[in-house]
Structure formats: C-alpha cells, structure tokens
Design a protein around this ligand. Structure first.
Ligand code: ZN
Length: 330
C-alpha cells in the first residue's frame, strides 16, 4: 500500500463552514482521520457497484450511515469526475479504481484521499459525504475529480508533494470546464483569486521547504500555469502541460509508481522534447519565485471586472489561454 494523500477542502466553491472549522482545527501537518482507504479485496469489489467509464472499471462502495443523495447520484458524481479526468488526459490512466464514499454527519463533501493498492492493482479513492449533501453539492464538488486526477501521477515523497498537489489543483477545474461543469469565468476567476496564496511571503524559501497548506497547493498550481504557458509559447501553442502529463502517465508514471518528482518532470520533458518542467521545478522548489499574478493573467487576457472577470481576446497571450481552455469557441 502506498502513502495516502489527503486532500482538504481548499476551494472557495461549495465548502461548508463546519468543514472549514475542521480544517483550521486539524492544521496542515496533523494526521488526518483514517478513512478506511485500504480496502480493495475481491470480496469488497463483489459488494461494490461497478461502472465503466472510458474503458476503466470503477467500483463504488457506500459505507454505513444516512445520506440525502441516492446511490445513483453518487454513481453520477463518480462518472462526471472520471469524465473530467478523461477530458484532460485523453483516457483514464488507471484501469481499476475503487471509490469509497463514507457517510458523515456534516452538510457537505468532506475529506478526500487517494492511494494505490499494488497487490490488487487498484487505485483507491475515499471521499467523505455529509448526510446533508445535496445533488447540487455533488455537481459543484471538486473533491472526487481532484483525487482521481492524483491517480494519473506518481506518488512522490512528502517534501515534493507540492508538485502532485499543484497538478491536481490546476488541472481539476480545467477537466471539469471541458465537460461543461464549470465556466471559463469560474476557472480563471478562481486562478486570479487563489494563485497569490501560493506566493512566498517575506523570508520564505522555495516550495520544497513549505508546509503551509495554501502555499503548497496554490504554489504548485502556479508552477503548472507557468509551465503550461511556457510550453505553449515555445511550441507555438502546439503542445501544452497536458501533453507532458499524458506522456508521464504513458511512461508508467501513475499512482501505481513511486517516483522521485524529479524523474517525473524529466519524463514529462522527454515526452515533449523540452526542458521547461525540469528547470522550473528546480527553480520554484529551491528558491522563492515571485510573480505578479494579476499582470501575468492580464497578458493571457484575464481581466478583473467588478467582482468577477472578463476576457480580453486582444491580449498578447489570449490564444494560449483559449488553448488551455481546450473547448470550442461558440
Ligand atoms: Zn490532493
């Protein structure tokens, strides 16, 4: 059994106050509660509901407890999350996955975790579902997509987790946007609001040394955006971060593998014939890297407007932003 990656509710979308308090009380470095994430035995699979998405088998289990949503609502939640991963990766990089839903007393989706059982060759994702969770909450929840995105990348050591968390944080909304679950405005508006949380504060070092929750997730996401734009700039928008990540998965770099993060970025660069991921990884891991996020996004044509954003398609890198969206213009 591999290390278990726990995800706390990081987004501004659809979180409940009770859960936020739990995060604050738990603190980033405290052990997260056990979620029973280790079970993928043959008998457990027999008891589970099987759905097929994109040629992969998803076994769904629901633990004991009351829920407002039905079994088929949860199956749909799983299907949509899997589709978002496929929209980004082109396929689902792990062939067998067990999704354990664990009912809780909360009003919304809670902790998520992901790991991989080598003996059963099964990716294992566990998500807490509060008894007050509604169908609408499920539709706006990013948690399961985030955890499933993790299965497409190797398990890396703790001080390198900013890379894995950053990737899942950056590509989860893009995948959901591509299947129509999020608008472009929501995705870019969230980046504009949240990426500054990933910037180093005075005296802070590179991302390898950070234990701050926001900095790890959003600093890693900033790495992804910078890498995505740079790959697209250098290839005339022919390739992007997704091509590098797909290549890592194709070379065996999924949750089934324990890799050094450095080897993963090297594999990604090899796949696209560039050195963008490796160089930026070394730089942002070791040193504090400051980026003026609003100015950077303005060059991509993301402009703050009132409480939201608008797009400026005359901005110098607007074509790159549209390529990242990866959805047809209407
Ligand atoms: Zn995560």
């Amino acid at each position: 059994m591999k290390k278990i990656r726990y995800t706390k509710n990081r987004a501004t979308r659809a979180y409940c106050t009770a859960f936020l308090s739990a995060i604050l009380l738990a603190g980033f470095s405290s052990p997260a509660p056990q979620l029973g994430a280790g079970v993928a035995s043959a008998s457990a699979r027999e008891a589970a509901q099987l759905i097929m998405v994109g040629g992969s088998q998803f076994y769904i289990t629901i633990g004991p407890g009351d829920l407002s949503v039905s079994r088929s609502d949860l199956a749909n939640y799983a299907k949509e999350a899997a589709r978002a991963v496929i929209a980004y990766y082109g396929n689902f990089p792990v062939k067998r996955i067990m999704i354990n839903f664990v009912p809780t007393d909360d009003d919304c989706i809670g902790y998520g975790s992901s790991t991989y059982n080598d003996d059963q060759q099964t990716g294992i994702v566990t998500v807490e579902v509060g008894k007050g969770t509604t169908r609408r909450n499920l539709r706006s929840s990013w948690t399961l997509t985030h955890e499933l995105m993790h299965l497409a990348f190797p398990v890396v050591s703790h001080h390198e987790r900013w890379l894995a968390e950053g990737i899942a944080t950056y590509i989860e909304p893009i995948g959901r946007m591509r299947i129509g679950n999020l608008s472009r405005e929501e995705v870019w508006g969230d980046l504009l609001n949240n990426l500054p949380k990933g910037l180093p504060r005075r005296g802070e070092r590179g991302l390898h040394f950070s234990r701050n929750f926001d900095r790890v997730y959003w600093g890693g996401a900033l790495y992804c955006l910078l890498a995505d734009v740079e790959i697209r700039r250098r290839t005339n928008n022919r390739l992007g971060l997704e091509d590098a990540l797909r290549s890592i998965a194709k070379q065996g770099g999924t949750a089934a593998s324990d890799w050094e993060a450095q080897d993963a970025v090297k594999a990604g660069d090899k796949g696209i014939g560039l050195d963008v991921l490796t160089n930026l990884y070394a730089k942002m891991g070791d040193q504090p890297v400051y980026v003026d996020v609003p100015s950077y996004l303005r060059r991509l044509g993301v402009v703050k407007s009132g409480t939201g954003i608008r797009f400026d398609d005359k901005a110098p890198l607007a074509a790159i932003r549209r390529a990242i969206d990866g959805i047809e213009e209407i």
